[in-house]
Design a binder for this molecule. Structure first.
Ligand code: AMP
Ligand code: ZN
Length: 499
């Protein structure tokens, strides 16, 4: 039984899906105004572990992740997210690109790293700008229920009309004073924008310019690049509404699990709940999971400290993306993780070591085809039971990794070990099978000289159609503990494993 820590109830609970056939998961994805950091990826890694564990347990999963390419302002994630500039438009002027180009560029970069870290690809990467109409429809629905009001900079959700507001949040711990520039037009400090206007009251740029002129002000105004018509005026969606609109579109009005970084727990996620539940009258999500942050040598990752690392920064120093993945595995997702380069180096070494062990075990079976056959056997039951217990215990991957090494170091039968290691790797995601496949040839280079020449003799005999003699030579080869497999690319040497 899978048990998960649910931020909503603040308890570890048995996971019971709404529909036993298929589990719905939504993860708050990146805002594509810059490179995603190794901190951001830790959060997506948690979602990946969740998906892999569910698949390991035999569930089907429908997994959706959004890509925020509009509407996320520079105001603070844990306080007022409706203030400041639009991150995309700000990046566009910084980089002398259009906001659309910025979005495309960083989305591509994100997807590259995503793949390199072997993160399970969602069924859909849903872009906010591809779902503007769905977001408008949801705001309309809220408006029809009398839950919204309009002020000069946009349409807001009235949190006083949703009494359960903030059940997920730790907001009561956040002092009102700590919140940035509370908009005085808002009815309640915690109300949040559903639709923001490009220009005051939703007028067009031309109208706004005219208004300014009429009042004697003559200043140039910058045209917003990403803006749309709406029933309330020209503008763009508030940051939170995209996640409600897109998750409900693909997963239904109620679904199983929603994940994100811990910083989203106090504002973004409570706002998602409020919008969704107020519109549908139904419970939005059953399980909320939040990943703890990464620290860099004990400090917060921040531009001013110059310690915002992305995958490329690690690759430049000779580390593989999967070494970072291994490092992530070592800390439970609800624990803050302290990133250091020595720790990354240790992770890279451990990964290399694990691969070598795997390769050794693989070389004991005759061929990939045989591996395939053997993989249908179940592996080492005792270790598999321990591994399953660990992953199902709120995704305790540090423990699962310990079990993996205990297995490697145990005196279990080599092929059982191998089978179990590849099974475990369905969750660990270290691409062990691929490594073995790519390096199997290398193992075969340890073939003794005698065997090599016997292979040539056999090939010659086969060419001459002297098959009986060729078979005799093959027997000699077998006596050396090797065998030949004929493949379209020619004969392949494999070691014989006697089980
Ligand atoms: P953003 O692109 O800023 O919207 O953030 C994307 C995701 O990364 C969110 O779920 C954040 O909670 C998460 N995140 C941001 N910084 C960190 C960090 N240092 N460690 C872990 N997760 C983070
Ligand atoms: Zn979200």
């Amino acid at each position: 039984m899978l048990r998960l820590s649910n931020s909503l109830t603040r308890q570890i609970e048995d996971f019971v899906p709404l529909n036993p056939q298929i589990v719905g998961i939504y993860t708050c994805g990146p805002t594509v105004y810059n490179f995603a950091s190794i901190g951001n990826f830790r959060t997506y890694f948690m979602a990946d572990l969740l998906v892999r564990t569910l698949l390991y347990d035999g569930y089907n999963v429908k997994y959706i992740m959004n890509i925020t390419d509009v509407g996320h302002l520079t105001g603070d994630n844990t306080g007022d997210a409706d203030t400041g500039e639009d991150r995309m438009e700000k990046a566009a002027s910084r980089e002398n690109k259009t906001a659309w180009e910025v979005a495309q560029f960083y989305t591509e970069q994100f997807l590259e790293d995503f793949e390199a870290l072997n993160l399970t690809e969602p069924e859909i990467f849903a872009k906010a700008t591809d779902h503007i109409q769905e977001q408008i429809a949801l705001v309309k629905r809220l408006e029809q229920r009398g839950l919204t009001y309009q002020i000069s900079d946009g349409v807001y959700f009235d949190t006083s009309k949703f009494p359960q507001y903030g059940e997920l949040s730790d907001l009561d711990q956040i002092k009102e004073g700590a919140r940035v520039e509370i908009n005085p037009e808002k009815r309640n400090a915690r109300d949040f924008a559903l639709w923001k206007f490009s220009y005051p009251d939703g007028v067009s740029m031309e109208e706004y310019q005219q208004e300014l002129k009429d009042s004697g002000v003559d200043k140039p105004i910058l045209k917003r690049q990403m803006e749309w018509e709406s029933p309330w005026g020209v503008g763009f969606p508030g940051w939170h509404i995209e996640c409600s609109a897109m998750s409900m579109k693909y997963l239904g009005e109620s679904f199983d699990i929603h994940t994100g970084g811990i910083d989203l727990k106090s504002t973004h996620h409570p706002n998602e709940i409020a919008q969704s539940e107020a519109a549908t009258g139904r419970k939005f999500v059953n399980y909320w999971m939040h990943g703890a942050f990464i620290l860099i040598q004990g400090q917060k990752m921040s531009k001013s400290l110059g310690n915002v690392y992305r995958l490329y920064d690690l690759q430049k120093q000779g580390f593989e993306p999967l070494a970072l993945r291994y490092l992530y595995l070592l800390t439970h997702y609800r624990q803050e993780m302290n990133f250091t380069f020595p720790a990354l180096e240790a992770a890279q070494n451990a990964l290399n070591h694990l691969r070598k062990e795997c390769l050794k075990l693989a070389s004991l079976s005759r061929s990939a085809a045989e591996d395939e056959k053997k993989l249908q056997s179940s592996g080492d039951e005792e270790f598999e039971a321990k591994f399953e217990e660990a992953i199902n215990n709120d995704l305790n991957l540090p423990e699962a990794l310990r079990v993996t090494w205990d297995l490697v170091n145990s005196d279990a039968a080599p092929l059982d070990k191998y089978v179990s290691l590849l099974n475990f790797d369905k969750v660990l995601g270290l691409n062990l099978a691929e490594y073995v496949e790519e390096n199997r040839q290398e193992v075969n280079f340890t073939i003794p000289r005698e065997v090599k020449s016997l292979i040539e003799v056999r090939e010659q005999l086969r060419k001459e159609k002297k098959f009986a003699q060729a078979d005799q030579v093959r027997n000699q080869i077998n006596n050396f503990g090797f065998d030949i497999e004929d493949s379209p690319e020619g004969p392949k040497v494999v070691k014989i494993f006697n089980d």
